[in-house]
Structure formats: C-alpha cells, structure tokens
Design a protein around this ligand. Structure first.
Ligand SMILES: Nc1ncnc2c1ncn2[C@@H]1O[C@H](COP(=O)(O)OP(=O)(O)OP(=O)(O)O)[C@@H](O)[C@H]1O
Ligand SMILES: [Mg+2]
Length: 255
C-alpha cells in the first residue's frame, strides 16, 4: 500500500553486537506508533536503518513501492521519510529560520546555477521555502524565535526546532528519536500537543522513540517494545502496559 512502511526480518550486526535481531513491523499511513525499550535495546538502530544511516545486515525495509534498505539516506529523505536525532544536530550559529530553510533545500527543485544567478524560478522557490519554514515553526510554536541564533534557544525549543526542520520538508513519515529528552514534565506535555497537531494537520505517519511513558501512552495507537535487540511485545498502549514481559524488562533492566 502507498506510503506504508514495512520491516521484514531486519537485523543489524555490529562487530560483536547484534543490535537488532529479526525486527518485524508494519506502519500504516497516518497512525502514531511508539518504540520503547531499555537503554541499548536497539531503538535508535531501528530508526537509523529506516532513514538509511545504517544499512541492515539482513532483512528488508519497504516504503510504498520502494525497497529502501539499500537506498542512500538522501534518497530516502527525498521520498518522504524525515527524522530527528537523539543528539541534536542543529547549525548552532545559524538563525532558527535559516536552520529550517537549509533542511528544506533538500527537496527543492532549483539547482546551484539558478541559486547564484537569482533566477525568477529561484526567487519564487525561496519565497515558498520561507513560507513553509514559517509554517513549520508555527506548528511547533517557535515562530517568534525565527531570527534568533539557534544556539541561544532554550534546550526545549532546540528540540522543537529539530522537528520543525523535518516538517518543512513536508514528509510522509516522521521518525522522532527521544524528542522529549531533557524536557521538564510541562514541556513534555506541550510537546505531546504539538505532535498531536502535526498528526492532525498534516496526516503524517509518526514513529516515536521515547522513555517518557506518559508521552508514549498518550500519543501512540500501537507500540513495539524491545529488549537486547529483540521485540519482546507489541500491541495497544493498554496491552503493553499490562504485558508481563515488558514490566519485567523495565523493572529488571535498570532503566
Ligand atoms: N555504530 C555502532 N557501532 C557499534 N555498536 C553500535 C553502534 N550503534 C549502536 N551500537 C550498539 O547497538 C546497541 C543498540 O544501540 P541503540 O543506540 O540502538 O540503543 P537504544 O535502544 O537507542 O538505546 P538508548 O535508549 O540508550 O538510546 C547498543 O549495544 C549499542 O552500543
Ligand atoms: Mg537511542
């Protein structure tokens, strides 16, 4: 089906470590999914394999009609899969708006020659880029900081800016790696609202890695739980909350 993402028997082996062992998942268009697990469970590795940062050592990743497990990361971004990083990767010396516009260039139609000659096509594109950048900042509630140097933003806002950068590329699928990390409970609650807004306004499929169970349980329709590279449970928030194996992994895992 169009824009559905499927991982089939996906494995990632680093020298001595099987970081992900036979991961299988199906993500339907327009739903919000959660990926939980103790530290080192393999969650970020799953996102890295979807976005093309890592190539799975075996298994397949399909997005719509595309088999993406061998595609370069920029191509995967071009077909509509965007991601944030667990450790922020902003250009700290650029303004908030510039950070978003740089990300947008990825999916733009003009070439370098048009850009340096300032052709009408480029000017039009730049105007459109600015508009959609502001739109993305507005969804994340940070448009008033557009001209601020991003390194001077409060940490919680920097996390929002990372998401705004993704939104400006108009993705079909959004991968969020611990977007609430380092946020206080109030900020996390706000973030939940913003993610819900993204989902309602843009009809984007979302896969969310998060340690904050309040965030996961209030947003996600379906959850995958991992431990030591393996999927230990999957189901609705209610099913996951009551799952013995998940409870044991969390209580015994020193998370
Ligand atoms: N590039 C790499 N090279 C070698 N080992 C790696 C690499 N990336 C991840 N690993 C290992 O793979 C395992 C899974 O790591 P991963 O980052 O996916 O865990 P995680 O579930 O995201 O954990 P956390 O909650 O701490 O972010 C860990 O043992 C980690 O050390
Ligand atoms: Mg991680």
């Amino acid at each position: 089906m169009a824009d559905e993402l499927t991982l089939t028997h996906v494995c990632m082996q680093f020298k001595g470590v099987k970081a992900v062992d036979d991961f299988n998942a199906h993500f339907e268009k327009g739903k919000i999914y959660g990926l939980i697990g103790t530290n080192g469970a393999g969650k970020s590795t799953v996102i890295n394999m979807i976005s093309g940062s890592y190539k799975p050592t075996s298994g397949e990743v399909g997005f719509g009609d595309n088999l993406i497990n061998k595609m370069p990361g920029y191509k995967i971004a071009e077909i509509g899969i965007a991601r944030t990083f667990q450790n922020l990767r902003l250009f700290k010396n650029m303004t908030v708006l510039e950070n978003v516009m740089v990300a947008e260039q990825l999916r733009n139609k003009y070439n370098f020659f048009q850009m340096i000659t300032g052709s009408p096509h480029f000017r039009k594109t730049e105007k459109q880029m600015k508009e959609s950048a502001y739109e993305a900042l507005e969804i994340m509630g940070i448009q008033k900081y557009a001209n601020m140097i991003s390194g001077n933003l409060a940490y919680g806002y920097q996390r929002r800016l990372e998401i705004a950068r993704c939104l400006a590329t108009d993705p079909k699928f959004l991968l969020l790696d611990e977007p609430a990390a380092g946020m206080n409970p109030n900020e996390s609650l706000q973030l939940v609202d913003e993610i819900r807004r993204i989902h309602n306004e843009r009809d984007i499929t979302i896969l969310l890695i998060e340690h904050d169970m309040k965030v996961i349980m209030s947003l996600c329709e379906y959850i995958y739980a991992m431990a030591s590279g393996k999927t230990i449970a999957q189901g609705t928030p209610k099913e996951i909350q009551n799952n013995e194996t998940v409870i044991k992994a969390y209580l015994g895992g020193g998370d």
